[in-house]
Design a protein around this ligand. Structure first.
Ligand SMILES: [Zn+2]
Length: 71
């Protein structure tokens, strides 16, 4: 019974590109920020969603509903 030095297939961590900064990010269970490379990059991405980067412009003012006169 010898020790196998190779991990089981499909379990090997991969290296992906961080969507925020484009640097290599470790895509593995030990990286809680995957597919980002760090917590800061994940925060940047979430911040972009919360900021005006993804805000839909609304040029038209809110129009009031049709007011029906009382009978
Ligand atoms: Zn990054």
């Amino acid at each position: 019974m010898g020790m196998t030095g190779s991990p089981p297939p499909g379990f090997a961590p991969r290296t992906v590109r961080c969507p925020a900064c484009g640097r290599p990010a470790r895509y593995a269970p030990d990286n809680p920020w995957r597919p980002f490379c760090s917590a800061r990059c994940k925060q940047v991405d979430l911040g972009a969603w919360a900021s005006e980067a993804y805000r839909v412009p609304d040029p038209t003012p809110p129009t009031p509903g049709p007011e029906t006169p009382p009978h």
